[in-house]
Write a protein that binds this ligand. Structure first.
Ligand code: HSE
Length: 444
């Protein structure tokens, strides 16, 4: 008898690819909350098979409650498995296994943001052809139900923008730099000692992980295909103590934000360090926590906060997806929530704007000779490029020095105008070295 005719009777059989930190958490949450989950899903959700290269470790965690194999292909080809949970990460093997599982008619639950941001369009198209679901709540914001909120809870709204702290490691580093006066290198070492940052922290620190997550949110927020390659990505490795201090003196905190905005000419899609007014809730998301602000035309701003990583917080999202998939097995495929929130044949081809066309405000720090006329030269260039100054601060010169730091905050302007202004100001003989430019968002 088919599932459609007998909803809720047959247990749903799950296969798990990769029993690392999140896989272990998923196994634990699913076992511990079995009864509660069954009451919600209307059927039992059973972890039947686990595939992991480290067989001994996998057997220890599973403790005889599921079969264990070292061959992931055995799992994706098994006729007994309904849903494949992919938690191995990476884009090569994971993609291959997911496409095989889809070809075999299995539903997918994955936390793999890199894979979806880069190959999601192909994966969703394959899934649609086979009438299977690909669920990915755990790919963005760990345990925060942001995908569900964007895709379903806010579906009455025209989403205007999304701005989020979506990488806990870099947020921890920035919090340590601000709270404890640590240098970037010291804060990163602490993050590595505590196990937050990977041994190779490039993905976290250089904004790539955040860009993957932002790409996914933009797709479901605006109903556009995944366009990771068009995402502007700048990390936090060049931020200094002095910028964090100056920002604070002017009432701002620096956060690594993923920002996506709908504009008349296209979509802004960008990850970079950003000054945020210190009084905003988002500026107060500290340590490894994540926070995402979404602006919808009807609801206004809503904010989502929680653990963006970790075994059980991420497992919370994985298991919620399992429940969702189990429930929708009884729905006709055309009545399911579409992968990217919008009907696949109604995705928009609105372009991603090049960075030069992005409109935002700026923090500019420059070191100049402390003599008459310097400020006039600088402000003339800004005026010629129609860049309006919002606030300015000049620091006292150090004893015996003839150089000072000038910090300017601009009003909204186009990035290409600021690029031109920076080039011209750096060319002035009274300006020493390079100008530091950090983008600024009021989020109001
Ligand atoms: N490495 C990520 C972070 C968690 O630091 O937030 C997984 O996406």
């Amino acid at each position: 008898m088919s599932k459609k005719e007998q909803p809720g009777l047959r247990p749903i059989n799950v296969g798990l690819l990769g029993i690392g930190i999140v896989g272990g958490g998923t196994f634990a949450v699913l076992s511990r909350n079995q009864e509660e989950i069954e009451r919600r899903a209307g059927c039992a959700i059973m972890m039947r098979m686990v595939a992991d290269k480290e067989l001994e470790k996998a057997r220890r965690i599973v403790g005889g409650r599921a079969s264990v194999t070292g061959d992931a292909n055995e799992l994706v080809n098994s006729p007994d498995i309904d849903i494949v949970v992919e938690l191995i990460g990476g884009t090569a093997t994971a993609k291959d296994l997911i496409l095989k599982a889809i070809a075999n008619g299995k539903h997918i639950v994955t936390a793999n943001k890199a894979l979806l941001a880069q190959h999601g369009n192909e994966i969703f198209a394959a899934a649609q052809k086979k009438d299977v679901m690909v669920a990915f709540e755990a790919a963005v914001g760990g345990g925060i139900p942001i995908i569900k909120s964007l895709r379903e809870g806010l579906s009455a709204n025209r989403i205007e923008w999304i701005a989020g702290i979506i990488n806990g490691t870099s947020n921890y580093v920035l919090s340590e730099m601000r709270d404890k006066g640590a240098s970037f290198a010291e804060a990163l070492q602490r993050a590595q000692r505590l196990g937050y940052a990977e041994a190779d922290p490039t993905f976290d620190i250089e904004g790539i992980d955040a860009a993957h997550k932002l790409t996914i949110m933009a797709a479901i927020g605006f109903g556009i295909p995944m366009q990771f390659k068009s995402c502007y990505t700048e990390g936090i490795s060049r931020l200094t103590q002095e910028d964090i201090r100056y920002a604070e003196e002017m009432g701002y905190r620096i956060k690594l934000l993923g920002i996506t905005k709908r504009k008349a000419q296209g979509i802004e899609l960008r990850v970079h360090p950003t000054l945020v007014p210190a009084r905003r809730l988002l500026a107060n998301v500290e340590g490894v926590m994540n926070g995402i602000l979404v602006k919808g035309d009807a609801v206004g701003q809503t904010m989502y906060y929680g653990a963006g990583a970790g075994a059980e917080p991420t497992a919370s999202a994985v298991v919620a997806d399992l429940v969702d998939v189990a429930r929708t097995l009884t729905a006709d495929p055309e009545h399911r929530v579409p992968h990217l929130a919008f009907q696949p044949d109604r995705l928009s081809s609105i372009p991603i704007l090049p960075m030069g066309e992005v409109e935002t405000a700026y923090y500019l720090r420059m070191r100049v000779l402390d003599k008459p006329g310097v400020l006039a030269d600088i402000t003339r260039i800004l005026a010629e490029l129609r860049i309006s100054i919002d606030a300015m601060m000049q620091k006292e010169p150090q004893e015996g020095e003839d150089q000072v730091d000038i910090i300017m905050l601009t009003h909204l302007t186009r990035e290409k105008n600021v690029d031109a202004a920076i080039t011209r100001i750096e060319g002035l003989p009274v300006v020493i070295g390079k100008i530091t430019r950090i983008r600024l968002e009021q989020l109001s």
